[in-house]
Design a protein around this ligand. Structure first.
Ligand code: MRU
Length: 378
């Protein structure tokens, strides 16, 4: 059952793909009225390359909740398409579509609490419905689908821009450490933190990447290593606990990560373990960079203390490898994210340029140039 008591719907597997093929992380197949959302099921990588098709908002909710689709921008895009699936269950009139959309939005809001891109995307779809003068249900659904498509294609451009800006910070470096997965799998395409590495690689820079495995769900080992290997970028997976040792050897000259929500002052929520890495980087005089689109900023919160941190099922720790790894009855704490204070972040790389130093004024200046809607709540 979902948090609202709805039964959980799991999208069926519809195809397998060859990992050498360029398969989009998520794609809308078909028209606005009869189409479906196709996703790579990221819970099954790297062992199985499987595509699933979501045809209901419940399936999109479950896919986000269970991390079949994950990473802040990808969650937002999936939710936007989920709105279209939810809104079209009552295609009798524009008002009926708006009512169904409202129900879908309220459901999707509960999928995961930390990544602000989810709430940002839901708000964009809601605003598209509010400003529409469509006279038929079909016309309104087409407009909602157009907005979802716009969110997806903007993300593609955003990731390329982040890559181009960020690569300028890596010039001359040999080794970089990253955490979790902020790659093409976490976005429409190309990624944020990994976009920077991809661009540097495409520009001919020889980089050795160290990927934290990222306990407990291993996004670094399973997903980041998969993406880097596919692009021919040398990658070495390390356990999270090895980062200090690697830094002390002098093997990395920068750390670069993604973000799930950035407060007005620059405090940044990202995958659990990021804060510790930032402390380690500071202790070793290694620059610590965050790469994120402006849709990941939440100017409605002053600092990171107001970011809601998702706590996930203890089973991810007690049975992470499919068999018991913790004695039965022992309590487990499983926060999915932590908050890195702004003063540990040397720069934030956005599609609008590099924010450096990271502080309220610099962030406000960058966001003022943006057309993003304001005021969204978890
Ligand atoms: O729990 P996940 O896998 O959704 O966590 C993802 C991250 O923490 C990413 O670093 C973040 O969403 C940025 S993705 C471009």
């Amino acid at each position: 059952m979902s948090e609202r008591g709805d039964s959980v719907e799991i999208a069926p597997e519809v195809a397998r793909f060859d990992p050498r093929d360029a398969v989009p992380t998520l794609a809308w197949i078909g028209g606005p009225l009869d189409g479906r959302l196709r996703l790579i099921d990221q819970t099954r990588l790297p062992a199985d390359c499987v595509l699933i098709d979501c045809t209901t908002v419940g399936q999109v909710w479950e896919a986000i909740r269970s991390l079949r689709v994950r990473g802040a921008p990808a969650i937002g895009i999936a939710a936007a398409y989920g709105c279209v699936l939810g809104a079209r269950v009552r295609p009798t009139s524009p008002d009926a579509v708006r009512e169904a959309l409202h129900t879908a939005v309220e459901r999707l809001r509960t999928a995961r609490p930390t990544a602000v891109n989810l709430f940002w995307a839901l708000e964009r779809i809601g605003q598209a419905a509010d400003r529409s003068h469509a006279r038929t249900a079909e016309a309104l659904l087409t407009e909602l689908h157009t907005e979802a498509t716009a969110i997806e294609s903007e993300d593609r451009r955003t990731c390329r821009a982040i890559g181009a800006y960020g690569a300028t910070l890596l010039r001359g470096l040999r080794g970089v450490l990253t955490h979790c997965n902020a790659g093409g799998l976490a976005t429409a395409d190309y990624g944020t933190a990994l976009a920077v590495l991809f661009t540097a690689h495409e520009q001919g820079q020889a980089l050795q990447v160290y990927a934290d495995e990222t306990r407990p769900l291993l996004q670094g080992a399973r997903l980041t290593a998969w993406e880097l290997q596919r692009r021919g970028i040398p990658v070495t997976v390390i356990c999270d606990s090895m980062a200090a040792h690697v830094m002390r050897q002098g093997w990395v000259q920068a750390v670069i990560v993604g973000a799930d929500r950035i407060a007005a002052n620059g405090d940044t929520a990202n995958k659990i373990g990021t804060y510790g890495l930032a402390l380690l980087a500071r202790a070793h005089s290694i620059p610590f960079y965050v790469a994120a689109p402006t849709s990941t900023f939440d100017p409605t919160i002053a600092d990171g203390s107001q970011i809601l941190i998702e706590c996930r099922d203890p089973a991810e720790i007690t049975h992470g490898s499919g068999r018991p790894t913790v004695p039965k009855g022992v309590s487990v704490y499983n926060p999915a994210f932590d908050v890195t204070p702004a003063d540990l972040i040397d720069a934030i790389i956005t599609e609008r340029g590099i924010i450096q130093p990271v502080n309220y004024d610099q962030i406000a200046r960058t966001l003022r140039e943006s057309t993003r809607p304001q005021a969204h709540q978890a």
